[in-house]
Design a binder for this molecule. Structure first.
Ligand code: ZN
Length: 252
């Protein structure tokens, strides 16, 4: 498995929020490199790619902040590259920011600019490579943007587990994936703020490993192991790298 990353993702001068803080990308990349993952570098998506998921008005709104627009296009490019690699049977984790799962077609909130996951999948679909997709979003927050952006595509299913505790959380994913009949690719919106010491106060490090394994198993059953993940939230820096590595170990 490979990691999609660009040195520019370390920039923290494009906005000021929990996702853009200095040291966040470093904490993940240090842990991943220690674990020996090969890193590949993305290109920004084009304006046409953005239009697959967003209105002209929304794009123009983000463009008012030139630095944010550049970073957001590169972030979506990271997701698109991970999805393309996954389609070519090379599973990938995209360590990107800004996150994207709260970016809807016409609006966004909470640290997101463009819907990275939505753009990545809609691009594969527009290229005629896939007809269906399954997205697991394990961020602490509902991925309303991804749901909105993919809402016109009946063969794209999005699942956001919402439970009281970690045990129910894992079994709700098991239940959901066992009922999925087909998907040409499996995408994961990997939000590590569902961690027990982060905002979501729920999952342990081992749970991220188990989730990675479940997704891998699903991709093996449905779509010749085609799977990729993109970073969403995750703000407890002391354990963020460790949790990403746990997920990747299950996922690879
Ligand atoms: Zn979140």
């Amino acid at each position: 498995m490979k990691v999609v990353f660009h040195e520019d993702f370390k920039r923290s001068d494009y906005t000021s929020d929990g996702a853009s803080v200095q040291g966040r990308m470093e904490s993940i990349m240090t842990a991943l490199k220690t674990d020996g993952y090969i890193v590949v570098s993305p290109e920004p998506v084009s304006f046409e790619d953005l239009l697959l998921a967003h209105s002209q008005e929304h794009i123009a709104g983000i463009q008012k902040n030139t630095k944010l627009f550049e970073m957001a296009c590169l972030s979506a490019g990271g997701a698109a590259l991970a999805a393309k690699m996954a389609f070519n049977m090379d599973p990938a984790f995209a360590c990107i920011r800004p996150p994207g799962h709260h970016a809807s077609r016409d609006s966004t909130w909470d640290y997101c600019a463009f819907c990275n996951m939505g753009i990545a999948l809609l691009k594969l679909k527009a290229d005629g490579l896939i007809e269906s997709a399954f997205v697991l979003d394990f961020d602490a927050h509902m991925g309303d943007g991804t749901i909105d952006v993919l809402s016109g595509w009946p063969e794209a299913k999005v699942f956001n587990p919402m439970t009281e505790n970690s045990k129910e959380y894992i079994s709700s994913i098991e239940d959901c994936v066992s009922n999925i009949e087909h998907a040409d690719i499996v995408g994961v919106s990997a939000g590590f703020d569902s961690y027990e010491k982060d905002l979501g106060k729920k999952l342990k490090t081992m749970d991220f490993y188990l989730i990675g394994k479940l997704v891998k198993k699903l991709a093996k059953r449905l779509c010749r192991k085609r799977r990729f993940a993109v970073l969403e939230g995750g703000y407890y820096l002391p354990d963020l790298g460790k949790n990403v590595v746990a997920f990747c170990q299950g996922f690879e």
